[in-house]
Design a protein around this ligand. Structure first.
Ligand SMILES: [Zn+2]
Length: 77
């Protein structure tokens, strides 16, 4: 192994990373939840990492998709 390829690995290099998260390749059977948005009725993914984040803070799972949440947050004064 050359030094160059070593550094490329260190930097997480390689064209395979570009475009999309590397985790979601094997499907979403890894604890991700599908929730229905209370506002636009669309289903959105409540990721496993997010679930833990909410759990740790004693928060209830979001009822709205990120889109609707963003809209609401902007309107708040
Ligand atoms: Zn929504």
């Amino acid at each position: 192994m050359g030094l160059l390829s070593f550094f490329q690995k260190l930097l997480g290099g390689g064209p395979s990373i570009a475009g999309g998260s590397p985790h979601s390749k094997s499907g979403n059977g890894k604890g991700d939840m599908q929730l229905a948005c209370a506002e636009c009725k669309k289903t959105f993914v409540f990721e496993h990492g997010e679930q833990r984040f909410y759990e740790q803070r004693g928060l209830t799972p979001p009822k709205r998709c990120t889109n609707c949440r963003r809209k609401r947050g902007r309107r708040r004064r």
